[in-house]
Structures are given as C-alpha cells and as structure tokens.
Design a protein around this ligand. Structure first.
Ligand SMILES: CC(C)(COP(=O)(O)OP(=O)(O)OC[C@H]1O[C@@H](n2cnc3c(N)ncnc32)[C@H](O)[C@@H]1OP(=O)(O)O)[C@@H](O)C(=O)NCCC(=O)NCCS
Length: 186
C-alpha cells in the first residue's frame, strides 16, 4: 500500500516520515541549532524509533510529521507537521517544526506551519489546533504568532529550563492555539 502523497509548498516538498526517512531524521537531529532544543543529538536508534512512531501516526490518524526538502535542490531543510498529543492532560492536535540552523530566518518554519494548518483542516476539520514550546524558545513562539495562533497560557512538560542544564520533567512551556477555519490561513 502506498503512503501519504507529498505536499508541495512554495519552496518545499514535504514527505511523510516513515522508516525509510530514518537517516534524514537522524541527520536533522545532528544539527547544532536543533540539538540545542532537543536535549542533544539523537542516536540512530532513537531516530529509527521516532520514525516508526511517526509512521504509526500517519496510518492511525491520517496526519503526521513530514521531512521538508528544498523543492528544487532536494536539500534537507527541516521537519514539521501535526500529531495527536496530550499536553498537560488534554488531548490536542498539535503542530510543530524544526529547521536546520543554516536555514533559519527565511520563513521555512512558517511555510511548514501554514501547510500543516491547511492539511489538518482538510483532513480532520478540527476546530482547534495547538502548538507548544519552552517558554524561552522565542523563535518557535514567533512562528506560532506569525501563523495567527494565540497564547493560551503556561503549561508544564518535559523540556529545557532557561539557565539550567539538561532536560526537566516540569519545564515551563507556552501553549498556543488557533480555532475554526481561521486555523488554515491561505
Ligand atoms: C523554531 C525554528 C523552526 C524557527 O525558525 P525561524 O527561521 O526563526 O522561523 P521561520 O522559518 O518562520 O523564519 C522567520 C524569520 O524569517 C523571516 N522571513 C523571511 N522570509 C519569510 C517568509 N516568507 N515568511 C515568514 N518569515 C520570513 C522572518 O522575518 C523571520 O526573521 P527573524 O528571525 O529575523 O525574525 C528554528 O529556530 C528551529 O528549528 N529551532 C530548533 C528546533 C525548535 O526549537 N523547534 C520548535 C520546537 S517546539
């Protein structure tokens, strides 16, 4: 059976993650700008496990995470997409992104985020989509704001704490959401 078809945005080709994308997923998570926000680089085994989980999300929910490639050159740019996630005890359709540091400042995360909102609206038609990140991840919060998402409040999750080493189970996160068909800006 064939998997989800690629989604094309203005500059990117978005390919659903399945086990065949493990190497690219691993490669992305060797990037220092990404590793800094994920508690370090991923091992190949971890990338393989994550790729398998992402593939399950695509088959179970019809939504999931993509790897983003430059549409013209095929270069690996980043990743993003949507998944069903429990945040502070509540189940949400959550969107997210990560872009190689060399590509920051060019709007790629916003492009992935917009495509994700449209895709979720088309496939699920849900009326609320959430995103969350460590409270001090200003670049990711700025993406949420550019997508028209609103700050809902602070929640606790496993992640980084500003000024402290390592990953903490009760790190402060900023939760954002967007509702209704406005969740799919054109
Ligand atoms: C979070 C992350 C994806 C944000 O990347 P980013 O490059 O800052 O975000 P965008 O791709 O939306 O680019 C926005 C920047 O490009 C500029 N830009 C240029 N063209 C643009 C366009 N067409 N559309 C939007 N912004 C554009 C914006 O002005 C903005 O510039 P600024 O950084 O000077 O404010 C990136 O920092 C990252 O991968 N971090 C590590 C992983 C991570 O934290 N992921 C989030 C976990 S929740």
């Amino acid at each position: 059976m064939s998997g989800p078809v690629p989604v094309h945005t203005r500059r990117l080709r978005l390919e659903a993650v399945d086990p065949t994308r493990t190497d690219d997923l691993w490669q992305l998570h060797q990037d220092p700008g990404i590793a800094a926000w994920y508690g370090g680089t991923w091992t190949r085994d971890h990338a393989a496990a994550r790729a398998a989980t992402m593939a399950e999300s695509w088959s179970a929910d019809g939504i999931g995470k993509w790897i983003a490639y430059d549409k013209v050159t095929g270069e690996l740019v980043g990743r993003g997409g949507a998944s069903r996630t429990t945040i502070a005890g509540t189940e949400y359709v959550e969107i997210g992104w990560a872009v190689r540091e060399a590509f920051w400042g060019r709007g790629y995360a916003t492009e992935i985020g917009r495509a994700t909102l449209s895709f979720v609206d088309e496939v699920l038609g849900v009326d609320e989509v959430a995103a969350y990140t460590e409270i001090h991840n200003r670049r990711s919060r700025a993406v949420m704001e550019r997508l028209g998402m609103s700050f809902v409040g602070e929640v606790r999750a496993t992640g980084l704490v500003e000024g402290k080493d390592g990953v903490h189970e009760d790190a402060p996160f900023a939760l954002y959401s967007i509702r209704g068909r406005s969740a799919a800006p054109s």
